[in-house]
Write a protein that binds this ligand. Structure first.
Ligand SMILES: Cc1ncc(C[n+]2csc(CCOP(=O)(O)OP(=O)(O)O)c2C)c(N)n1
Ligand SMILES: CC(=O)[C@@H](O)[C@H](O)COP(=O)(O)O
Ligand SMILES: [Mg+2]
Length: 620
């Protein structure tokens, strides 16, 4: 086994050239086997095996630096830098992260998880290198999907005036999570097609090898121009910006890539190598269904079928169904996603109302301002977005939606702990970043019916509102509690005396369990479904303060700027002296792992909450 000989960075250089494709095959088998058990980002990793090997053959790690965009394709890099044993615990609590982590290895130079950051970060590393007089190589690896994100262009704009070496690898597999969309995707497609015309199986770069920055590469291409009917000069967009373009190169040909990287290292300035790869390469189910195997749950290797097929609807399914109904009822309803039609459940809406569906690419900032424009034009936009990705669009929410009080609905999925993606993806800040914005309203459903009711309520509200719901199975308990949603009003579920549990969204289910245990211990416990985080229901808090010694707030958001703080602020303002306990996420990032385990770890699972309440009662 060649893979066994790889124990640390640079060991790959000891492998004989003729054995490299066998090593690539072993890496693929390893990835398929491990990810079939743990789950993980299979497709992107299978596509980037040879590209990563070529980089490791060409660079000297950790002195040289690789910045992985999103970082979901960095598994081969982890294998080649001595972490293959960690794959047993990939994305599990205290196990190997699914993304690059500086704390995991000195070969991980920059933490990622969100898209389109790699060129900015790489440029920063280049400048730090130049200022300190070091000579190392810096490479940013960005996918075609990530190149739809605005940050990438801000960085290219900035990099274009660079006079020292900076290598950008565009790993183009013609896919984002779903189909890649828009003008950039079309442009890259044209390059691919042009390469096809030329019948340059190994890419235009190989045919023109030996060219240098700004000289014969482009002029040779121009000379070659007369031989085509339809001409696309590859990379002209980048060349015109001052970025040397090399490619396209076959991303599964290690020799070709080592050769082009060798040349790129000699360019004094920014240089982009355009590499063509196939998502899911080498595993048929993933090649056939790249979207399904982008982020795979554990699966059967023979068939590709998930090992634990889902039997219950999740919140995304509910959102998806409601959107189709809303779209049917009202022609002004439009839906927007930033490259997540599958993940947000908007695919069905897209199929039914293609003219009212917009996938804007990985462009959350644009998605929000675009929605504001739609609203200003009289439409009723719903932006479906993951909580952690919406963090990017803070100013657009404030400046473009809320100052003008435009009726944009934010359907915030993956709110709360998401699990195996970890720190970068936990949706635990949205109450905080949204609730400080005047005109914004925020609500969270306790179960699947309430999500449906809240969405319908939200589209009729006529001003900015966020409905936030978690990843995973939609709660079906408390179905008998379905009082109409009213602006800023909580819902009393159980009304007793002594302890009042004010729970938000997903925490209502936890609060039910907490209540059961406390009742067994002889306590009277009220349970209030908060429903609204902004505005909070002051009347409900006032009422609870009248006959409950202890007020407990429960939320899956960081404590700072969350629901609990708002309740406490109101209690203080009003002079209520009741005991108060805030159950929320502490002021820290939460790593990857099973959500139930993470909840225990941070003390927001039912058992921990009971213990904390009992402690609080003792102190009184
Ligand atoms: C800001 C942000 N929005 C959305 C995502 C979700 N996301 C992760 S990977 C990905 C597609 C990236 O496509 P590409 O860069 O081409 O890489 P590939 O998956 O094709 O390897 C998306 C949309 C993200 N990580 N960050
Ligand atoms: C890398 C990335 O950002 C996405 O692929 C993310 O992992 C998707 O998460 P879900 O599995 O919750 O859709
Ligand atoms: Mg891609």
């Amino acid at each position: 086994m060649l893979l066994e000989t790889i124990e640390r960075a640079n060991d790959i250089k000891k492998i004989k050239r003729e054995d490299l494709s066998a090593l690539a095959q072993e890496i693929r088998e390893f990835l398929i086997q491990k990810i079939s058990v743990t789950g993980g980002h299979l497709g992107s990793n299978l596509g980037a095996v040879e590209l990563t090997m070529a980089l490791h053959l060409s660079l000297n790690l950790p002195e040289d630096k690789i910045v992985w965009d999103v970082g979901h394709q960095s598994y081969t890099h982890k294998i080649l830098t001595g972490r293959k044993n960690g794959f047993e615990s990939l994305r599990q609590f205290h196990g190997l992260s699914g993304f690059p982590k500086r704390k995991e290895s000195e070969c991980d130079v920059f933490d990622t998880g969100h898209s389109s950051t790699s060129i900015s970060a790489g440029l920063g590393l280049v400048k730090a290198r130049d200022i300190t007089g070091r000579k190392n190589i810096v490479v940013s690896v960005i996918g075609d999907g990530s190149l739809t994100g605005g940050m990438a262009y801000e960085a290219l704009n900035n990099a274009s005036k660079l006079e020292t070496n900076f290598i950008i690898i565009l790993n183009d597999n013609n896919m984002s999570i779903s189909e890649n969309v828009g003008g950039v995707s079309k442009y890259l497609n044209n390059i691919r097609t042009a390469a096809g015309y030329l019948d340059f199986k190994k890419g235009i770069y190989n045919a023109l090898q030996g060219t240098r920055r700004g000289d014969s590469m482009i002029s040779r291409l121009r000379r070659a121009k007369s031989s085509f009917k339809q001409l696309v000069i590859p990379g002209m967009l980048f060349e015109d910006m001052g970025i040397t373009y090399l490619g396209p190169v076959d991303g599964h040909d290690i020799g070709a890539m080592v050769s082009v990287i060798h040349d790129a290292k000699r360019v004094e300035g920014p240089v982009m190598i355009h590499v063509l790869t196939q998502k899911g390469k080498g595993y048929e189910p993933a090649e056939r269904h790249p979207a399904r195997f982008h982020g795979a749950e554990p699966f059967d290797i023979e068939t590709g079928i998930p090992s634990h097929p889902r039997t219950e609807a999740n919140y995304t399914d509910i959102f998806s169904t409601v959107m189709c109904k809303l779209g049917q009822r009202d022609e002004k309803i439009v839906a927007i996603t930033a490259a997540m039609p599958d993940g947000t459940g908007l695919k069905r809406f897209r199929n039914m109302y293609p003219e009212r569906f917009f996938d804007v690419g990985i462009a959350e900032e644009h998605a929000v301002t675009f929605a504001a424009g739609l609203a200003a034009g009289g439409m009723k936009p719903i932006v479906a977005v993951y909580s952690s990705f919406l963090q990017r669009a803070y100013d657009q929410i404030l400046h473009d939606v809320c100052i003008q009080n435009l009726p944009v609905v934010f359907a915030i999925d993956r709110a709360g702990l998401v699990g195996s993606d970890g720190e970068t993806h936990q949706g635990i800040f949205d109450f905080t970043y949204l609730s400080g914005i005047p005109n914004m309203h925020i609500c969270a459903p306790k179960n699947k019916w309430e999500l449906s009711d809240m969405l319908k309520y939200a589209v009729g509200l006529g001003c900015p509102i966020a409905v936030r719901y978690p990843r995973g199975t939609a709660y079906t308990g408390l179905s008998e509690y379905r009082a109409p949603v009213e602006f800023g009003r909580a819902e009393w579920i159980y009304e007793e005396e002594k302890i009042a549990l004010f729970a938000v969204g997903s925490m209502v289910k936890t609060a039910e369990k907490v209540r059961e245990v406390l009742k067994e211990k002889g306590h009277g416990v009220s349970l209030i479904n908060a429903r609204f985080v902004k505005p909070i229901d002051r009347e409900a808090v006032k009422k609870a303060c009248g006959n409950h010694g202890l007020i407990v707030t429960m939320e899956e958001n960081v404590s700072c700027g969350g629901y609990g703080e708002k309740v406490l602020e109101y209690m203080n303002e009003s002079g209520y002296k009741n005991g108060f306990l805030n159950i929320s996420i502490p002021d820290a990032y939460v790593e990857h792992g099973n959500v139930e385990l993470l909840k225990q770890e941070i003390g927001i699972d039912a058992e921990s909450v009971v213990n904390r309440i009992c402690e609080a009662l003792k102190e009184r």
